[in-house]
Design a protein around this ligand. Structure first.
Ligand SMILES: Cc1cc2nc3c(=O)[nH]c(=O)nc-3n(C[C@H](O)[C@H](O)[C@H](O)COP(=O)(O)OP(=O)(O)OC[C@H]3O[C@@H](n4cnc5c(N)ncnc54)[C@H](O)[C@@H]3O)c2cc1C
Length: 338
């Protein structure tokens, strides 16, 4: 087992923040986790699990043992009458797995194309985009307990998925490492087209019955037009969750701001567009130090070049305060702030 000392993390986080891991170990198999736990020096030290670093804000050097998940492999595990079951290693790039399924004729992940990061991190915040979230396509996962080294398999109910939320952000936060995820792609395939941007594509192209490949291409094109590419501008995608409010609260905000972007939810609540709230407070294009608000989408904070984690946190807090001051709504950050 190779232990990298004082490993730079700038290239391991998409915001491009400078930080160093005192010790970094690459996990290519679950046995590697048990080797770390049995190690005389590393075994009892605190651990931090890192995937592709596309949802973390690093504000400091890391004394924890950083476990960089690189478990690979994608395969068709089972072919049932009602679904294909695909199994992927936690270190696979999520988008590569989406592309792999499509290339092999297993449809159902196309709306979640181009989401950065690894397969193992996907259940952590129940990734989602364009009308679909991981929970809709989830079968089970394997996770290794970071104290006992025991592997457990958890099903969908046990993962307690919610909006950008799961057991891995609550009871199991920082306590386990997801090594494998199994995805359930229902048969027959039914396209998910209810999202506004996709409806626009159908109207623009005149194609009202797109196949899975077309939806994949549309989603990639929409995302490329809207979001900064982390390879060019450091960012972690949406910085805040879209807040949920009661019908009464929503009515109250509409009375004051008739243009507020809001979506009714099945449970009677309303989801407000966090980007709209931030934009309404005048933040688009503004910066604090080297951290800024993306000019094209106020929900995305960006590295203007040479940003450090504390600048990002200061900017995020200032945005939270002004949104709270104007709308009485507390925005909750989506990335994990370390
Ligand atoms: C341009 C851009 C667009 C994005 N768009 C979306 C989007 O549309 N929808 C969406 O949901 N997200 C989006 N994101 C956020 C991000 O892509 C996801 O949250 C992704 O799942 C993070 O994966 P990662 O491997 O980079 O995780 P990391 O950032 O490395 O880690 C995130 C958290 O998960 C934990 N973790 C990572 N791997 C494991 C593992 N194997 N086992 C246990 N815990 C683990 C970490 O400890 C940390 O707490 C976007 C990000 C960017 C940069």
């Amino acid at each position: 087992m190779a232990v990298e000392l004082d490993a730079p993390l700038r290239q391991h986080n998409t915001f491009g923040l400078p930080a160093t891991a005192r010790q970094l170990v690459r996990i290519t198999h679950e046995a590697d986790v048990r080797r770390v736990l049995a190690h005389p020096r590393l075994g009892r030290a605190p651990k931090f699990v890192l995937g592709g670093g596309s949802n973390v804000i690093l504000t400091r050097d890391m004394p924890e043992v950083v476990l960089k998940v690189e478990v690979g492999g994608v395969r068709l595990l089972a072919e049932r009458d009602d679904a294909f079951i695909i199994e992927a290693g936690g270190g696979e790039r999520w988008h590569d797995v989406v592309a792999w399924t499509l290339a092999h004729g297993f449809h159902g992940l196309e709306n979640m194309a181009l989401i950065p990061g690894t397969v193992g991190a996907a259940p952590v915040q129940n990734i989602g985009a364009y009308g679909l979230e991981l929970a809709d396509r989830f079968e089970s996962l394997d996770t290794v307990d970071l104290v006992t080294g025991r592997t457990v398999t958890l099903n969908k109910a046990q993962c307690k998925f919610g909006y950008r939320d799961s057991l891995f952000k609550t009871a199991l936060a920082g306590k386990s490492l997801i090594t494998r995820v199994r995805l359930r792609l229902p048969r027959p395939w039914i396209p998910v087209l209810g999202y506004l941007d996709l409806e626009r594509k159908m109207a623009d192209t005149g194609n009202t019955h797109p196949d899975a490949r077309t939806i994949f291409d549309w989603v990639c094109a929409i995302r490329r037009a809207k979001l900064p590419d982390p390879a060019e501008i450091g960012n972690v995608g949406s910085f805040f969750k879209n807040p949920m409010v009661s019908a009464e609260q929503c009515r109250d905000i509409i009375t004051r701001d008739p243009h507020v972007v809001h979506y009714p939810m099945a449970d009677g609540q309303f989801k407000l567009a966090a980007g709209w709230l931030i934009d309404a407070c005048g933040w688009k294009g503004k910066a604090i130090g080297h951290a800024g608000v993306y000019e094209k989408q106020a929900l995305v904070l960006v590295n203007k070049g040479g940003a450090i984690g504390s600048e990002v946190v200061t900017l995020a807090r200032a945005i939270q305060e002004s949104v709270y001051g104007r709308f009485g709504i507390r925005l909750e950050p989506e990335p994990v702030i370390v």
